[in-house]
Design a protein around this ligand. Sequence first.
Ligand SMILES: Nc1nc2c(ncn2[C@@H]2O[C@H](COP(=O)(O)OP(=O)(O)OP(=O)(O)O)[C@@H](O)[C@H]2O)c(=O)[nH]1
Length: 352
Amino acid sequence: MATRQHYFSQPDSVEQVKIRLFKQLAYYCLGLHCLLLVLFWYCDILILALVNIGSVIAWSLGIKLLHQNKSHLALRLFCMEVTLHSIFVCATLGMDYGFQYYLWTIASLILLDYQLKLKIASAMALSLIVTFALLFELFSNVDHRFLFSELAPFIHFINVLICAIPSIYTIGHIREVTFSNRYQLAQLAAKDPLTSLFNRRYAKELINNAQENCINTSQQLTIIMADIDHFKNINDKFGHDIGDDVLIEVALKINKYTQESDIAVRWGGEEFLLVLVNCDLHHAQERVECLRRDIAQHIFHNHELQVTMSFGIAQWYPALPFRIAVKLADDALYMSKAQGRNRTTSAPLKAV
Ligand SMILES: Nc1nc2c(ncn2[C@@H]2O[C@H](COP(=O)(O)OP(=O)(O)OP(=O)(O)O)[C@@H](O)[C@H]2O)c(=O)[nH]1
């Protein structure tokens, strides 16, 4: 069902791609009709030259509608033009030249009028195909001789080709848009929009898989809770936007120190959870220390702004419920905060 858009809404990305595609097709058809206009004029078939003047006007108007983002009106205008053009040319020259195939092309394109319900768009497409069949019934016996009649098979072939190009081009485009939208949706579902780290909901799925993998391969898995120190002060002093920039830069640093198999998550506002796969407590401590030192030395956002982070580390093993391991890492983080921040604390091994 067509949804009502706000007055100030811009066409969405799919609509923009569609409009761009239609513009390309419209210019292609406009050029084609200009050529046909000259050709029919040259061959002294004035009625068809006049029809093509109408076609040129219709495609020009359609292009104007596309520039106004009214793709549905443009498409309906194109549909009408193609139908009338096919009828007039077939009625005048007969069916040998292949001008009827344009009905097939527009029948598939009309389905892209998203303002029409699918049933109505399908009925319109079907009526265009019925018109195609009727043209054969009505005009198969018409045999108009003109300058290029000898070239009928060649013109027929060219028309088939000209009709196929927009269909192939459009379906190819739809395929590209579908792929890119699918990727974007997957990213939206998985990632935190500010930092591009995994969001908490999606991370749980990844962590489950990582745990299973660790059980199967007897690898170690270490959990780290990380939190920016006095982040409220940064927001208060520099503003929320700079606070956001700090979060983005911290996420970049985290990415720098994590590997492809690790899972880096924006767990809360200024809190991050890292799951280091195939990494024991000792190596996790070394890696986290490198990250902590790098962040503490970094000048954020060219604002002479320095930020520190506190970390808590806990080792996970198969008998330990994951939420308990997170709690141990969180408690260790709390210890880091309590001991003055900008430090790393590991959950005592006996607790693990
Ligand atoms: N700019 C920005 N701030 C956020 C975002 N999410 C949460 N915050 C802020 O993060 C701050 C967290 O403050 P607190 O929980 O008091 O922690 P803190 O100031 O970092 O203090 P400690 O953790 O004890 O060192 C709050 O002021 C939140 O408004 C965000 O997406 N962007």
